[in-house]
Write a protein that binds this ligand. Structure first.
Ligand code: UD1
Length: 424
């Protein structure tokens, strides 16, 4: 079996890592002629060291075999450019299968190319009638729906699922969503969550990260809070982790400011650590919102103080971020993946969006959706901090995880593909 694996943006790297692990395990246990061959293609949608390279290092991912170097652009320009540059790769390599993860522009762009391609007939003198002339498409993390078509990711999910041959789902609601859209049950495989495979694999290693020391959280360089949150039985300053990058939250000045006003209120009670996405950093500068933050650069050591308790820093690598998240009292986010990660870590999560495509995180009780309402953000966060447990070793805590979030999704995917792919 010959696969092309696609990655492009930050959340893709954790998802593909588990599939590559599963391929390596299979190849180790199998005679060479039966090995799975794979080519890792990186579109370059994310390209900064902190948004891309750092994840290859932390996750021990192989170097991409092919780098398309797309970079940033409007949705149309980015999607079109990926399509143009991916088509010749596909024609050249002629894989049996293109494996796509998640819901970013790279996912849908490569799905579109793969669905319409036709490999040129080989002039081998054989009857080419039965030879496969196009790849099958496998979509990992299929069926998630926010039912909000103003989200670019929702369009990417709908289109990718509609043209995929193998739809690998991570929660039961996703199966129902796909069936409701008329997708045949034979194409749907409930396998679990590859992003969680990677979290479970790296959780212990992440405990060795020194990010808490580097941020001054271990030696209380960061301000103490009001007494109610300062008397924790922990060996570090209690804090929240914040991430924000959705265009709907940060591209509109009023919405972004409203969220920041809520966070300012919350930061009277607890420090907020904010590894900042480049899109969001651009908006902070454009809207002159610097006054809301302390700035800490871990790479240059530079700091800028505005006497605030919200600490804005550069994006973190996977292990540092996992360590930071694992020790937080609360996570505030508009990310999709972090809603899932906090569910497994047992950390309360307040999601600043109007909806979620990951409803299992709500039913498991870790996540709450608050939209961008200032009062709700503050009240729900304070409530969660008050009731939130400080995680020590969540992996040995007897918590219930969502079905099949057991670290084996990647293996299930590979065995299904091996089982179902018809040989030419
Ligand atoms: C993309 C995904 C989103 C995902 C997010 C994770 C789409 C439609 N969106 O959003 O689903 O949650 O990644 O981070 O695919 N930039 C840099 N350096 C980088 C990458 C981006 O400076 O390495 C800046 C550029 O100014 C760029 C902006 O961030 O214009 C947005 O990047 P883009 O890839 O378009 O979308 P994200 O907001 O990252």
């Amino acid at each position: 079996m010959k696969l092309i694996l696609i990655v492009g943006a930050r959340p893709n790297f954790m998802k593909i890592a588990s599939i590559i692990d599963a391929i390596k395990t299979y190849n180790r246990n199998t005679a060479a002629p039966e090995h799975i061959k794979y080519t890792l293609v990186h579109t370059g949608q994310h390209y900064d060291d902190a948004m891309s390279e750092a994840f290859f290092r932390d996750l021990d991912l192989p170097r991409p075999d092919i780098y398309l170097g797309i970079g940033s652009g409007s949705h149309a320009a980015q999607t079109a450019e990926i399509m143009k540059r991916f088509e010749p790769v596909l024609l050249e390599l002629q894989p049996d299968m293109v494996v796509l993860v998640g819901d970013v522009n790279s996912t849908v762009a490569c799905a579109l190319v793969a669905s319409k391609i036709e490999y040129p007939a080989k002039n081998s003198g054989l009857n080419t009638q039965n030879l496969r002339r196009k790849p099958r498409i496998a979509h990992v993390e299929a069926g998630l729906r926010s039912f909000d078509r103003t989200m670019p990711e929702e369009i990417n999910r709908l289109l990718t699922d509609a043209i995929s041959d193998f739809l690998f789902t991570s929660e039961e609601r996703a199966n129902q969503n796909l069936l409701c859209e008329g997708i045949s049950a034979e194409k749907i495989f409930f396998v679990g969550n590859t992003m969680i495979d990677t979290l479970l694999k790296h959780h212990e290693k992440a405990r060795e990260s020194n990010i808490l020391e580097r941020l001054g959280l271990k030696n209380n360089k960061i301000k103490t809070q009001k007494p109610c949150f300062a008397t924790q039985s922990s060996n570090h300053t209690p804090y929240c982790v914040l991430t924000l990058h959705r265009p709907s939250n940060v591209d509109n000045k009023e919405t972004f400011q409203n969220i920041l006003e809520a966070l300012m209120e919350l930061s009277k009670y607890i420090s907020i650590i904010f590894p900042t996405h480049p899109r969001t950093m651009n908006r902070i500068k454009e809207f002159h919102f610097e006054r809301y933050f302390e700035f800490i650069s871990l790479s240059s050591g530079q700091t800028v103080t505005n006497n605030r308790n919200i600490y804005c820093l550069e994006p973190l690598g996977y292990l540092d971020f996992l360590c930071l998240m694992s020790n937080a009292k609360l996570v505030l986010t508009d990310s999709g993946g972090m809603q899932e990660e906090t569910t497994v870590l047992g950390i309360p999560c307040v999601t600043m969006r109007e909806n979620t495509e990951r409803p299992i995180t709500i039913t498991m009780g870790t996540n709450v959706i608050v939209g961008t309402d200032k009062r709700l953000i503050i009240d729900e966060s304070l409530k969660k901090i008050d009731t939130g447990k400080l995680p020590d070793n969540p992996m040995i805590r007897s918590r219930k995880y969502p079905p099949l979030w057991d670290g084996k999704a990647g293996h299930r995917i590979i065995s299904i593909l091996l089982d179902r792919i018809e040989r030419p």
